[in-house]
Design a protein around this ligand. Structure first.
Ligand code: AMP
Ligand code: MN
Ligand code: MN
Length: 333
């Protein structure tokens, strides 16, 4: 099938969704609540219009447990069930083709492709690209898209959109004018914001506490990195996370990044399946001590083969702990 090149924009996105007779929605690998909330919100709206829709992500095999209560999960299918050919393929919260994992192979079979995202590093790999690096979450972009399309946001859709908004803003810490207006609008549909936040961000098994003890015990401070900006880092080794969910592992960076003496924070997370493979979370900040005018960690992550946002980014790396730290420090300078 041919892919039509189109310019960015809301109008093109609305037209594509409106015309599509079948839609696949691909979320990013190791999905978070922003990509899943975006995908399920779109699926709910499309399904109500009678448009066949499949939502999927390439890996891991299961949806993070904290997201299983989101409305629309019935539209989630295993990667193998995503049709090879479809009218419209939409990617949500994916900054590059690599974020689709093995499902990137569905791109050529789509008559057209629509990329909906908010990553600064987005490579605009769609025929239509609706990318707003200023948006606090991809679900915020979806809300704007639904408004432009004239699709009402009911409580089920609102719950999905709120899930991405509350998580990507760090519980409304990283906000901009309009963030709270959107939150208010979503809450006014009757959803339980406290419950959504508690389920997604604030509930861990007891084993999380001893896990944190081991992991935080690996923390190191390298104060001289980037001319004194400083780097703080910790390792989540495979042996530390027996029985833990991705929710417990992903929580670690939010503790490590609070270190006042470092403007950059990194957490190296060892793969449970592939030896010597690590996923790395990077964070920086634009105010407070040791910010170095706000290190752009998206740039750092991109140089290391990943991507992300200015203050939150990630990449995948291979090697020993010393290799990993060495490579990161070499890029940071
Ligand atoms: P995380 O630390 O996994 O929460 O990721 C922080 C940000 O960086 C998110 O916006 C991710 O989408 C992005 N990111 C993480 N890992 C990668 C990667 N391997 N490639 C591109 N972007 C990534
Ligand atoms: Mn995401
Ligand atoms: Mn996001």
């Amino acid at each position: 099938m041919t892919t039509i090149r189109e310019t960015a924009g809301l109008d093109a996105a609305v037209a594509a969704l409106d015309a599509a007779r079948s839609v696949s929605v691909i979320c990013h690998v190791q999905p978070d609540a922003d990509t899943i909330g975006s995908g399920l919100a779109l699926a709910l709206v499309l399904h109500r219009r009678g448009t066949p829709v499949w939502v999927s992500f390439a890996e891991p095999a299961n949806l993070p447990m904290s997201m299983t209560a989101l409305p629309g999960v019935r539209h989630l299918v295993a990667p193998a069930e995503v049709p090879a050919e479809v009218d419209l393929l939409v990617t949500v919260d994916c900054g590059s083709v690599g974020r689709l994992g093995a499902l990137a192979d569905r791109l050529p079979g789509a008559a057209t492709t629509l990329v909906i995202d908010h990553h600064r590093s987005n490579t605009r790999f769609g025929a239509i690209n609706l990318v707003d690096p200023g948006a606090e979450s991809t679900t915020s972009v979806i809300a704007r898209l639904l408004d432009a399309w004239g699709m009402p946001i009911d409580s089920e859709v609102a719950q999905c959109l709120y899930a991405g908004l509350v998580t990507d803003t760090g519980s409304f810490r990283w906000v901009r004018p309009g963030t709270h207006d959107l939150a208010e609008r979503l809450l006014a549909t009757g959803i339980d914001g406290a419950e959504i936040a508690r389920t997604l961000l604030d509930t861990h098994p007891f084993g999380w506490l001893p896990m944190l003890s081991r992991v935080l015990g690996t923390a190191q401070l390298a104060p001289d990195v980037r001319g004194g900006v400083g780097l703080v880092y910790a390792f989540v080794r495979r042996a530390d996370v027996d029985g833990m969910r991705s929710e417990e592992i992903e929580s670690v960076i939010d503790i490590v990044r609070t270190t006042a003496e470092a403007g950059v924070a990194a957490v190296f997370k060892e793969s449970r399946t592939v030896p010597n493979r690590w996923t790395v979370s990077l964070r920086s900040r634009d105010s407070g001590p040791n910010t170095g005018d706000g290190i752009d960690v998206a740039e750092v992550a991109t140089e290391l083969g990943g991507g992300g946002h200015r203050f939150a980014a990630g990449y995948t790396a291979y090697g020993t702990p010393d290799d990993l730290v060495g490579a990161l420090v070499a890029v940071l300078g």
